[in-house]
Design a protein around this ligand. Structure first.
Ligand SMILES: [Zn+2]
Length: 385
């Protein structure tokens, strides 16, 4: 079976994050089992929606011990993990090619063709092209659920630790450039409460919007200060901050009693998710000290860590050499931090361009898809033979 045929099969299975991924997992499990890989399912039931992380390993660990630096506590030891998420973002129902992989001018179109079924198809094809009986170190395919809605599957694996890995290639469209570091992604909902009043008598109320504006201004100066802490491998080379949504008030002639905004920040490696949160909390506390009428609540609801794998890592070196591209960094969220929690040196790598992902008309170039098979095959031989 060619990598294109495999990709066509994967694209034909609708696996948007709002559905169960049981169907695509069954397909992948059958393919892996047929090649002698041992498959383990990790179930999660999300409000009656079955979600599965699938682990397919080349051999029983007990038969192929290898040295590890860490006390595993009984977790399965993997030398190289190829990680791909099985879910996709939703697609426009009018996009007729969404579930029917279509080739035009050397490009393969379909939902997930780029993000990230191309990598999964390449990984599967690479595994099928080698004699796994000859491998001396365990290789795993790690196929996750719910990446597109917050890397939930990878986070569940990181929390339950069913395995530890030494190296992980995390599939995402990077145009086959190895990406060895990524910014973190954090969110907080901020609510400012004042006191409503008739707007003809503002002295009787306390405008939540005026007070929120003061806090937003302070957040803007926090963003300025954050520019001093630089990580040169990123563009821009510092933690960025955004107030992307704001709402409040109930009528033009009412002094607003409440204002809410969403704060998002993307942290450079070396800076914990709490750093910005603490600065914003301090600014809010200052505001409350200065003004007895203001109540400020900050709910931090997401803190995806940044990650960085050292440039000298054997995996980084291997992928740079195999792809002919110097390693870079990504500003979007990936499952790499989850793999790092599982002990791995992780690199994000895959065919296709992230700039066409998530769009109607997403595609992967055929030549990159085939090149990815070649590189992953060499990676397996390099790390597991
Ligand atoms: Zn993706």
């Amino acid at each position: 079976m060619t990598v294109e045929q495999t990709l066509a099969d994967l694209v034909a299975i609708d696996s948007v994050s709002s559905r169960s991924n049981a169907e695509i997992v069954s397909y992948l499990e059958a393919r892996c089992s047929a090649r002698g890989l041992e498959c383990k399912r990790f179930h999660h039931d999300d409000h009656g929606l079955e979600k599965i992380n699938l682990l397919a390993v080349t051999d029983d660990q007990s038969k192929t011990p290898f040295p590890t630096h860490r006390d595993s506590g009984g977790a399965l030891q993997i030398e190289l993990a190829l990680v791909g998420h099985t879910d996709t973002v939703p697609y426009d129902p009018h996009w007729t090619e969404a579930l029917k992989l279509t080739e035009r001018d050397g490009k393969l179109y379909g939902r997930g063709a780029c993000d990230t079924k191309a990598f999964i198809a390449a990984a599967l094809t690479a595994v099928e092209s080698i004699d796994i009986g000859k491998l001396t170190k365990p290789l795993a395919l790690v196929l996750t659920a719910d990446e597109e809605i917050g890397c939930l599957g990878a986070k569940r694996l990181a929390a339950s630790r069913p395995f530890e890995a030494k190296y992980a290639i995390v599939g995402e469209p990077t145009s086959l450039q190895p990406m060895r570091a990524g910014k973190g992604y954090c969110l907080a909902q901020v609510t400012i409460r004042g006191r409503e009043a008739h707007s003809a008598y503002p002295q009787l109320g306390a405008s939540a919007i005026f007070r929120a504006a003061r806090l937003v201004q302070r957040i803007e100066s926090i963003a300025e200060d954050l520019k001093k802490d630089q990580h040169k491998d990123f563009d821009p080379p510092y933690t960025t901050l955004n107030v992307g949504l704001i709402s409040g008030g109930s009528a033009k002639n009412i002094v607003p009693g409440e204002c809410r905004f969403t704060l998002e920040w993307r942290t450079i490696p070396g800076q914990g998710p709490d750093h910005v949160l603490n600065l914003v909390r301090d600014a809010a506390a200052d505001l409350q000290r200065e003004d007895g009428d203001v109540v400020c609540e900050i709910d931090a609801d997401r803190a995806d860590e940044s990650f960085e794998t050292r440039a000298a890592s054997e995996l980084v070196q291997f992928l740079e050499q195999a792809s002919g591209k110097t390693s870079g960094t990504v500003a979007f969220g990936t499952e790499a931090p989850g793999m790092i929690h599982l002990g791995a040196e992780a690199v994000v790598f895959g065919p296709g361009d992230i700039r066409v992902a998530h769009r109607t008309g997403e595609f992967v170039p055929v030549d990159q898809l085939n090149e990815c098979v070649r590189i992953l095959k060499h990676a397996i031989e390099r790390f597991c033979l």
